[in-house]
Design a protein around this ligand. Sequence first.
Ligand code: NAP
Length: 244
Amino acid sequence: MAKTVLITGATRGIGRACALKFAQQGWNVAACYARSQEAAQTLAQEIEQYGVQFLCEQADVRDAAAIRRVVSLAQAHFGTLDAVVCNAGIAQQKLFSDITEEDWDTMFDVNTKGVYRVIQAALPLLLEQQAGSIVTVSSIWGQTGGSCEVHYSASKAAVIGMTKALAKELGLSGIRVNCVSPGVIDTDMNQLHGAEVMEELAEETPLGRNGAPADVAEAVYWLASEQSRFVTGQVLGVNGGFYI
Ligand code: NAP
């Protein structure tokens, strides 16, 4: 029987690449996004070629009821979940002294509490089968700290803490929890930097380029799959050597 993955933020960038990777490997994909309905439809057409089932719903990770609805739909369509990829996230560049309380709260509401909401909603399905793999998506800045991204860095560092603690709590239930920590990846999120800065970042990277969404999707897929069956509580950097 085909396996099923739930991916948040699958309409663009890394989440989209993950959806395509899992579909290519024969997994059914349940997904959500915040606003990009058109991108969701295009993705559905692309996934169709792999002959798997695809369910993509508008559901903001800040809305617990909407996330529970996506999980229920996934259960109704696919029976259960085998993996959960908590990818949806936002970024913002601001001097620390300019970060408002609203900026701070929004950052944590999406990047950190969003992960909590998704895992809480999906966990009963994984516990029921005493198996499953959860992959969170942090960031290199959550490991090293990014200047002018204090709230983003803090929200992503918290995801690493959640991942490690949950891995300990869920191990005996047969559920693995790991984190992928991307470096600089060429997606819409990095448009805030501009082409010149992106080139500089590529030059600073030991592998000599910025990452592609598919580079991250390979690591996410590996952590979700049986290939990584004895790996839990780990943070896998996909950063071209930018942070070693
Ligand atoms: P992206 O291109 O901006 O795509 C973000 C995705 O998340 C979109 O599908 C978006 O949906 C969805 N999303 C955003 N807010 C959401 C919300 N409140 N509820 C549900 N979905 C939401 O970003 P990306 O670069 O692929 O980043 C994906 C993840 O990787 C993020 O967690 C990010 O922090 C992390 N990351 C990225 C980089 C990088 O260099 N790009 C580096 C390190 C970590 P819509 O299309 O509907 O807006």
